[in-house]
Design a protein around this ligand. Structure first.
Ligand code: PLP
Length: 370
């Protein structure tokens, strides 16, 4: 076999010849290095791709959530509904702005926030719902919007895992007031680190722009309207981002093919399950399976690891992590999925043969002969 890379977070080949050439051209042109024209070009590509009026790129998909919450005036004394199964940055961002994350169980059908349980958790202090479209999946987004509207809550979408994924043709991250994306190393496109905020709201965009530049308006004059951060991007990264955007459609398509191939090859393997995935809309960032049976996931991961195939267990449920362990509640589904979920090799550069071999080994683990 070529290589099924050792680790599940096997990265996209983010520095290809195109990125290297673009970087050399940029440096030869006496490039500005920090955020300038290339950054604007990258932002326009993201906004056009996602279908939002504005996009603002920042250092990463954690700080983009912090900035989004700040722009929505969410802080001390307020609560934000966050799913208990997500990457920890979703909850951390809420804590970092001084608000309280209210962890809510997930819906096992799509691994996103359970909307009924979310509704039950809303109290007068609740100011926003952070909807995380895990692995490019979502509910009927009209229901999510309806829930936020019913209680006059802000809807912030953590779409860090959803670039290239849509609901009924509309890009995830563009249903709420602000959508947040991540371009960290293993994402479908990467700038090494990076994040973006997408919005249609001019006033929010203005606030985001202020916050990411010390609270200073674009004039460059040292007058500071509000408290801000320094979360400006760099043109060096934007050069790579612009090249990566040219590869996004191909990668999204390839992710769908890879998912379908795994699904076809493993559909008769009773011991594992797939999450319902509409490949019309969703291009799964990671191939996720659910492995039933006490300790079976760990044994399978070890078996594959010994054969040079990297996997990664799902994120732990947030409430099991030390900073959140004081939070109790009904987390049946997030606990269950965290203990049984496994990410398989998923990078778009994997060949069909890599996937086939991985599936052969999975079947062998479960005692199948072919
Ligand atoms: C759902 C989710 N939110 C936030 C983040 C944080 O993004 P970053 O790593 O760019 O800070 C991630 C990263 O994987 C994520 O998956």
């Amino acid at each position: 076999m070529a290589e099924v890379t050792k680790r599940i977070n096997q990265m996209e080949p983010w520095i290809g010849e195109e990125e290297k050439r673009a970087m050399m051209e940029y440096l030869d042109s006496g490039g500005w290095l920090t955020e300038f024209r290339k950054t604007r070009e990258f932002e326009k590509l993201i906004a056009d791709y996602a279908g939002s009026r504005y996009a603002s790129v920042v250092n990463n998909g954690t700080i983009s959530l912090v900035i989004a919450l700040m722009a929505l005036d969410i802080g001390n004394g307020t609560e934000v509904i966050v799913p208990d199964f997500t990457m920890i940055a979703s909850a951390n961002a809420v804590v970092l702005v001084g608000a309280k994350p209210v962890l809510v169980d997930i819906d096992p059908s799509n691994l996103c926030l359970d909307l009924e349980k979310a509704e039950a958790a809303i109290i007068p202090q609740t100011k926003a719902i952070m909807y995380v479209s895990i692995n490019g999946r979502s509910h009927d987004m009209n229901k999510v919007i309806a829930l936020a509207d019913k209680y006059h809550l802000h809807l912030l979408e953590d779409a860090a895992q959803s670039l290239g994924s849509r609901y009924q043709g509309k890009h995830l991250g563009t249903f709420g007031e602000i959508g947040s994306f991540s371009f960290s190393f293993p994402k479908i496109i990467t700038t090494g680190q990076g994040g973006a905020l997408a919005t249609d709201n001019e006033e929010l965009f203005r606030k985001i722009s202020l916050i990411k530049d010390f609270g200073r308006p674009p004039s460059g004059v040292d007058y500071h309207e509000i408290i801000g951060l320094n979360s400006k991007f760099t043109d060096l990264q934007a050069v790579i981002g612009v090249e990566q955007m040219k590869k996004l459609d191909w990668r999204a398509k390839r992710k769908k093919q890879i998912y379908q191939l795994y699904h076809d090859l493993l559909q008769n393997t009773q011991q594992i399950r797939f999450i319902d995935t509409n490949l019309e809309d969703c291009s799964p960032w990671f191939i996720d399976i659910v492995v039933d049976g006490e300790g079976t996931r760990e044994a399978l991961a070890k078996f594959l690891d010994e054969r040079g195939i990297g996997t990664r267990p799902f994120y732990p449920a947030i409430h099991t992590q030390p900073p959140y362990s004081h939070i109790s509640g009904d987390f049946e589904n997030s606990e269950n999925i965290s203990q049984k979920g496994l990410w398989l090799p998923s990078a778009s550069f994997l060949s069909d043969q890599d996937i086939e071999r991985t599936c052969v080994e999975i079947k062998r683990f479960f005692g199948a002969t072919k």
